[in-house]
Design a binder for this molecule. Structure first.
Ligand code: NAI
Length: 449
């Protein structure tokens, strides 16, 4: 589906007209293309005094990625990114200097630039001052992200469990936020723990999923097809699952990614067993499962028929639970599960009580499953898309669709590939310290946190 407004305000006569009329001008977002630089210009790295050692460690990693890292603000630079390292800040007054230094260059932040905070999440036992400072970063980052223009985004890495600032998962998250792969992720703070043992090469490889077998449900079209394509780009062998009625699209995706097709309704009793058997028999194992299949049956609860409630819960939630039970019982090592939630499941949405129940349920089971998988070196995470341009959203009435597109800070809908990039990041071995988390891909939609 095409967003003609965004195209029009970025080209030719209509661009000039939109400028003159002061109309909102959503930017053309820079998306990942192999071989292009990680950031669109030099990186300014600032920190509070106590976090200077951590900032030095981050600088070392960035230099290893061939980035042009500077430690002092300057007016004559078109900055590609600003990173604020605030890991050791322990009093509210500590953050003023780095935050204001970052602010001093924001007018020179390039289009599609990045601001990323690296800080520690509040934890049990923190003193009130430490907890205040750490939580303060959350409000700061979310507000700053709303002030950025031209496709620039603001996101944060929040360390938990004593994770080191230069540990693999920390740097993997930082790299994702700096890169064009996070084009439609905005205003998000991702909690990253110390899990996994990624080394420097794992972070920069083009094929982090080489040798891995991934299953994607609902792969015939839309977001699922994009996820299959992106996981295959990253080296995975992909098993594409969809209902027999979507067989044509399913074969198309499976052929395009050089994977195999499995026609299967995920609500079938034996879906987990069939997925596992197919992955093992055809490809020798199973490393990644992406629960993407989902349906909408929107109705106000007062008008909702039993079938509308039950089918949504069956496909979007109960099927995932049942398949996960089978996979957990099989005791797979290092299994990464990524499930599709939705911002509706976080903030609620009128007419979607069934869908929001199912998607909030996905977030609930993801948190519970994370602990079970961690014992075997696996992870369970959820991705919550906002408004993504697909067949599913093209069925939304025009006026509602147009409002949904313009509400986020980025003032446009996302593309299926934006969700796929987030899924691929969470499925990658380097992200092993991200477990039980929900990553929103919503352009900082105003609904929810
Ligand atoms: P879509 O409707 O374009 O594609 C969904 C796919 O799932 C279809 O190929 C369909 O055949 C398949 N599917 C449905 N029921 C199935 C079943 N029982 N067994 C196997 N496959 C089944 O949807 P879209 O937009 O690509 O969404 C994908 C996921 O992302 C869904 O879970 C959806 O809830 C979620 N999402 C989408 C958003 C959007 O804006 N498009 C926003 C938030 C979440």
């Amino acid at each position: 589906m095409t967003d003609r407004y965004t195209q029009a305000v970025n080209s030719g006569f209509t661009q000039t007209l939109a400028k003159k009329l002061g109309l909102p001008r959503p930017a053309i977002l820079r998306r990942f293309r192999a071989g292009e630089p990680l950031t669109v210009g030099p990186v300014l790295l600032v920190s509070d005094d106590a976090s200077k050692g951590d900032a030095d460690a981050v600088a070392q990693a960035l230099l290893g990625w061939d980035l042009d890292v500077r430690r002092q603000p300057a007016d004559d630079v078109r900055w590609g990114a600003v990173i604020l390292v605030l890991t050791e800040a322990s009093a509210p007054t500590d953050v003023a200097a780095p935050v204001l230094a970052a602010g001093s260059v924001l007018r020179q932040l390039a289009g599609n630039g990045r601001v990323v905070t690296v800080s520690r999440a509040p934890a049990d036992g923190d003193s009130p001052a430490v907890a205040a400072t750490r939580n303060g970063v959350d409000g700061f980052l979310r507000s700053l992200a709303k002030e950025l223009r031209g496709g620039a985004t603001g996101n944060g890495v929040m360390l938990t469990g004593g994770a080191a600032v230069d540990a693999g998962p920390t740097l993997a998250a930082l790299r994702f936020f700096l890169s064009a792969k996070s084009a439609y992720v905005d205003g998000q703070l991702l909690r990253v723990g110390p899990g996994g043992s990624a080394d420097a090469a794992d972070l920069t490889t083009d094929r982090p999923l080489a040798g891995k077998v991934a299953v994607v449900t609902g792969a015939a079209r839309g977001i699922g097809a994009a996820i299959a394509t992106t996981l295959a780009r990253d080296g995975a062998t992909v098993v594409c699952v969809d209902v027999p009625a979507a067989g044509e699209g399913l074969s198309r995706t499976a052929n395009a990614v050089g994977g195999t097709a499995l026609q299967l309704d995920v609500t079938a009793e034996d879906a987990g067993t069939r997925i596992l058997a197919h992955a093992r028999e055809r490809h020798g194992g199973l490393d990644v499962v992406v629960h993407n299949a989902g349906i909408l049956r929107d109705k106000l609860l007062a008008n909702m028929r039993p079938a509308q409630w039950e089918s949504v819960v069956a496909v979007n939630l109960a099927a995932q639970l049942r398949i996960n039970e089978t996979l957990l019982a099989a005791g797979l090592e290092g299994l990464h599960i990524v499930s599709l939630a939705s911002t509706s499941g976080i903030a609620g949405n009128k007419g979607q009580s069934n869908y929001a129940f199912s998607k909030a349920g996905v977030i609930g089971h993801t948190r519970a499953t994370a602990a079970l998988l961690a014992a075997r070196g696996g992870t369970a995470n959820a991705v919550a898309p906002g408004f993504i341009e697909t067949d599913m959203t093209s069925s939304i009435p025009f006026a509602t669709r147009e409002v949904a597109r313009r509400l986020p800070t980025l003032a446009q809908g996302g593309k299926p590939v934006d969700v796929a990039e987030a899924v691929a990041f969470l499925a990658s071995p380097a992200a092993a310290g991200v477990n039980g988390q929900v990553l929103r891909v919503c352009g900082q939609h105003m609904v929810g946190q």
